[in-house]
Design a protein around this ligand. Structure first.
Ligand code: GLN
Length: 203
């Protein structure tokens, strides 16, 4: 598999190694033509305002939306997840591919960066949060994460009680995480991303 890593800004380098360990090739994406022949695209962590501006300057917004519309997989991490959201801090998001709203830097000064175990679809996972956003389903807040109200948005990971808020979402072939699996030794979520791509390729 060939996975693109959006390489405009941010934590670009850290995804190559987990992907290689799982047998996937990674290529850096800077311009629309780089999307050709890719099976999936990772939008890494970094600074979402800077990355968003570069996406527009490099003419990547519509090509990435078309890439997603063709059913290809995307995975946004932290700032990359913010880029995918429909709504960011009350404003319209950049790519608007996920029915989520992001609150940037939601954890304040004390908790700006923290590590804690998460409960995910693949079991316990080390969550590394760096000036992370809070990601929430849009719409009726009471129905947040309710499959019946929002059948296609799945919550694949949460923090543990007393704050079991969602931190990992899947929407069709798009994943969004508010944390940084590439900074851990656990390959499980990169493997999950490749599995989502594999499901599609085998159809
Ligand atoms: N705070 C950053 C933003 O709002 C995200 C930080 C990260 O990607 N680790 O864009």
């Amino acid at each position: 598999m060939r996975i693109g890593i959006l390489a405009l800004q941010g934590a670009v380098q850290d995804h190559g190694r987990p992907l290689a360990r799982l047998g996937a090739e990674s290529v850096e994406v800077r311009r629309p033509a780089d999307l050709l022949g890719l099976d999936g695209l990772i939008l890494p962590g970094g600074e979402s305002t800077v990355m968003g501006r570069f996406l527009e300057d490099y003419g990547l917004v519509e090509p990435i939306r078309a890439f997603a519309a063709s059913g290809k997989a995307l995975w946004g991490l932290c700032a990359g997840a913010i880029l995918l959201c429909e709504e960011v801090d009350g404003q319209e998001g950049i790519l608007r591919l996920l029915p989520l709203k992001a609150t940037r830097n939601a954890y304040g000064r004390q908790l700006a960066s923290f590590e804690e175990e998460l409960d995910t679809v693949i079991g316990s996972f080390p969550g590394v949060f760096i000036r992370a956003p809070r990601l929430e389903a849009r719409g009726d807040d009471k129905a947040r994460g309710d499959r019946a109200a929002n059948p296609m948005l799945e919550i694949l990971g949460t923090r543990r009680p007393p704050c079991p808020e969602p931190v990992l979402f899947r929407f069709a072939s798009i994943l969004a995480a508010s944390f940084h699996p590439e900074l851990t030794e656990d390959l499980g979520l990169h493997a999950l991303f490749l599995q989502i791509i594999g499901e599609r390729l085998s159809h």
